[in-house]
Design a binder for this molecule. Sequence first.
Ligand code: ZN
Length: 343
Amino acid sequence: MTTKLFNTAIAGSLPKPAWLSETNKLWPQWKAEGEELKQAKADATLLWIKAQEDAGLDVIGDGEQSRQHFVHGFLEQVEGIDFDHKVKMGIRNNRYDAMVPQVVSTLKLKGRVHATEAQLLRAHTAKKIKFTLPGPMTIVDTVSDQFYGDKVKMAMAFAELLNQEALALQADGVNIIQFDEPAFNVYMKEAADWGVKALEVAARGLTCTTAVHICYGYGIKANDDWKKTLGDQWRQYEEVLPALAKSSIQQVSLECYHSHVPPHLMALLEGKDVMVGVIDVASDDIETPEQVADTIGKALEYVPKARLIPCTNCGLAPMSREIAIKKLHALGLGAALARERYA
Ligand code: ZN
């Protein structure tokens, strides 16, 4: 038996149905509470497992249906964080303002963070499952520190908590644990200095596959405006990828289609599996299978066949549900076409 090429995966988030929360928003309000909300989150997760399988994807995620936001979903289960008094803070080097909780004392997990959705995912698909967690550096950039007074120290404290949850997720049967680090693309020097080290602390002792996702953000206006300032060639990856190549993290997810990242930067990831973004999350236009296969073809100049995982550029959370489903199908069909072309 030969191994199937171009196994497909999504970066992480998917839109929440209108009955679960507000739509087309990054920090949507839930539509229910208590037991009813718990059930609604589970129902939405099941719906997206089915949608990913229908699209022929190979690695299935929970679509992050149980968390309001990819960073704050984790923080809600952390002791030492004051969620009642959020403050306005510029995040991602002041690219946009967010209302963020404050770190007020020593950090500690209150208990399991994602047990319910990970176990639900494992119980309802026979395929490989991937679970996403925010990376330590990105957490530090999405919270207001009133206690540690030192970014690196606080990042390492978060990394320990992430490690605790990651090991538990692995025990739940998760095959791939991915840390999301959009902050790596903003603070490149710090990422290479200590961000990757913090990531390795978060992944310490894992025997499942480990991954990191680095992107230019969701398809929201603040990010579109920022991208316009980055010039013709986006070379942020150039500073971070060499540090990642030397790390123990096995897979790297990055943007490709419609981005201004020079594709040859992918060659910096020799020895890693590369999740290549073949689906644009900043446009509602649906990619054709040919466009997806073409992007895969371009990436093949720099990434070996067996190491290429076609993926979305970023999460699809703020998009419409209908568009997201079509994009999942485009991903599945494009990968299938690429298998015919490049096998
Ligand atoms: Zn992303």
